[in-house]
Design a protein around this ligand. Structure first.
Ligand code: ADP
Ligand code: MG
Length: 274
């Protein structure tokens, strides 16, 4: 469980951005827990402004990948660069952990959660200025949560909490957002709210990586999909990545592909928050 104040991206520092470098590049990145590999030899580049869905069965390393990129977890090999700079905690990256990993009983109101996104820009002990509150209120407006500014975060629905975290990332002026299963456990209406916010992020040129268990949403709504199972099994357009061969290799017998007449529906029975 993470206390809301401990969510790591706010510790970041501004780092130089080198012209012509991809917003994010990984080269042969590996990560281990107690000597066992959770990720091996991961290499890819992101294009600034694109929206990528990361899929793979439970234990595939999706959360580990985000933690390594965010600088929360050290890699055990390889290199991560952000706009040509690295490694380190980058303030231009916002990491939104899975909802189940956050202690929502922490007593803090919505505006304060969003203000936490400003801390890296402010320095820990400087008081927020008018400009910082402007960022907070504008960010809440972008995600449609202005009227909830004074509510306790724990009183909100899952979808609303997710939107507050996106506002926090906006207030941080994040250019790359890593969201760990933001759609898991949301009803269709709340998922649509998140997608509306993603459209707004697209208009603002923010690069987004989302971990999800929903392969169909991944295929329909994202520019590229990344199929992970310890190793990178594919990264590109869903038509080329979600082939039955690759999906079988990632999910084994836990997946079926149904021909619906006007397309293929992918059904997997691995889900979500353990
Ligand atoms: P995903 O998010 O795709 O479900 P994770 O990144 O959480 O996958 O986990 C990848 C692998 O690393 C799994 O085998 C998991 O058991 C292991 N793992 C994750 N976190 C820890 C941890 N804190 N300590 C030990 N092993 C871990
Ligand atoms: Mg995970």
């Amino acid at each position: 469980m993470q206390n809301l104040r401990q969510i790591p991206s706010l510790m970041g520092k501004p780092q130089p951005h080198l012209a012509g470098e991809p917003i994010l590049a990984l080269r042969d990145v590996s990560a281990r827990y107690n000597g066992r590999f959770a990720l091996q030899d991961i290499s890819f580049d992101l294009i600034a402004g694109e929206q990528v869905a990361v899929v793979g069965p439970n234990g595939a390393g999706k959360s580990t990948l985000f933690k390594v990129i965010a600088g929360v977890l050290p890699s055990s090999g390889g290199e991560v660069t952000v706009a040509g700079s690295g490694p380190g905690k980058h303030i231009c990256i916002a990491y939104v952990p899975q909802r189940s990993q956050v202690d929502w009983t922490f007593p803090v109101d919505v505006a304060d959660v969003v203000m936490m996104g400003r801390i890296g820009r402010l320095g820990l002990f400087r008081r927020p200025k008018r400009l910082d509150w402007d960022y907070v209120h504008q960010s809440l407006a972008v995600v449609g949560m202005s009227e909830f500014a004074e509510r306790q975060i724990g009183e909100l629905s899952g979808g609303q909490q997710q939107r507050v975290f996106i506002a926090r990332a906006l207030a941080q002026e994040a250019e790359l957002m890593l969201m760990d299963e933001p759609l898991t456990g949301l009803d269709v209406r709340s998922q649509e709210d998140i997608f509306a916010v993603l459209d707004e992020l697209r208009a603002r040129g923010v690069t987004v990586m989302i971990a999800t268990h929903d392969l169909n949403l991944a295929a329909e709504r994202f520019d590229r999909v990344m199929l992970l199972n310890g190793r990178l099994l594919g990264f590109g357009r869903s038509e080329t990545v979600f082939t039955s061969e690759r999906l079988l290799s990632a999910y084994g017998g836990h997946i079926r592909m149904l021909d619906t007449g006007d397309g293929t529906l992918i059904v997997n029975d691995t889900c979500c928050d353990p």
